[in-house]
Design a protein around this ligand. Structure first.
Ligand SMILES: [Fe+2]
Length: 234
C-alpha cells in the first residue's frame, strides 16, 4: 500500500508527503454563535503538524481540502488560516492545498505559500488524492488507490446504558477494483458523520460502485460490521 496511516493520528504518508484533511480552521467562531466557546485551534493543529512532520520525516505537506471552515469566511478566520500556513511553511519544502468545498476566498497573501489544486484532485506518488465533494479527474481515476477527505468519518459506540461515544476513524473500501481510503478530520471538534448511523457523502462514496469494507480507528481497532445502511459487508 502506497498510503500509510500514521498510528494514532488522522494523517497518512505517501512517499515524501504528509497528508492531512479537513482542518476547518475557524470553526470555533461558528461554535461561539451556538454558545460553545473553545480556544482557537490553529496553533494546536500547527503544533500537531510539526510533530507529524518530524515523526514521518516528510518534506511535503498535502492538505486534502477544507483548510478553513466558513464557505464565505470572515476576516478572523482567514487571518487564522494565514497564520497557520505561515507557522508551518518553514517546515515543508512544498505545501499543496487540494480545494475542498470550504476553501473559497483563500486570501492572495496565502497563495504564494501554497500550490492550490482544483477539487478534481491530483496524483501524488501514484496515488489519487481529492477532497471528495466532487468527482475526481480522469487522471486521478486512473490510479489504483484513491484518498478522500470531506466526510470526517467517525464510529459511534453505544454502551448498554445507551451512552454513545464517537471516535474518529478511517474507512477502507473499494471502487471498481481500486482501493479507497477515507481520511478522518484533523480538527478534533468536527467529528462529522458516524459511519454506522449516517450516510456517505460525495458522489463517489454515494455511488453503488463504492463497497465499504472496514472501519479502522486511529489506534488500529478494526470494525468490519455496521457500516452505513445496506452497504454493510456480509
Ligand atoms: Fe470538511
Amino acid at each position: 500500500m502506497r498510503a500509510k496511516p500514521i498510528f494514532g493520528n488522522p494523517a497518512l504518508v505517501i512517499e515524501d508527503a504528509l497528508v492531512i484533511s479537513d482542518l476547518h480552521i475557524g470553526i470555533e467562531y461558528y461554535l461561539q454563535k451556538k454558545g460553545i466557546h473553545i480556544p482557537s485551534q490553529w496553533r494546536e493543529m500547527a503544533a500537531a503538524v510539526k510533530e507529524l512532520k518530524k515523526e514521518s520525516e516528510t518534506k511535503t505537506l498535502i492538505i486534502n481540502g477544507d483548510l478553513k471552515h466558513g464557505i464565505s469566511a470572515g476576516k478572523r478566520e482567514l487571518s487564522d488560516a494565514r497564520h497557520f500556513i505561515k507557522e508551518i511553511s518553514g517546515d515543508f519544502e512544498k505545501i499543496y492545498l487540494v480545494k475542498g468545498n470550504h476553501d473559497g476566498g483563500i486570501q492572495d497573501e496565502i497563495r504564494h505559500l501554497l500550490t492550490i489544486i482544483p477539487s478534481s484532485g491530483f496524483v501524488y506518488g501514484g496515488t489519487g488524492i481529492f477532497h471528495g465533494h466532487a468527482w475526481p479527474s480522469e487522471e486521478v481515476m486512473k490510479t489504483d488507490t484513491l484518498v478522500i477527505g470531506h466526510m470526517h468519518p467517525s464510529y459511534e459506540f453505544l454502551d448498554s446504558l445507551g451512552n454513545s461515544q464517537k471516535e474518529p476513524c478511517w474507512i477502507r473500501g473499494k471502487y471498481k477494483g481500486k482501493a479507497v481510503i477515507v481520511m478522518p478530520s484533523m480538527n478534533r471538534f468536527y467529528g462529522g458523520v458516524a459511519v454506522n448511523r449516517g450516510e456517505f457523502l460525495g458522489p463517489l462514496l454515494k455511488s453503488d460502485d463504492f463497497i465499504p469494507e472496514e472501519i479502522i480507528l486511529l489506534d488500529g481497532t478494526v470494525v468490519k460490521k455496521g457500516l452505513v445502511g445496506e452497504k454493510s459487508p456480509e
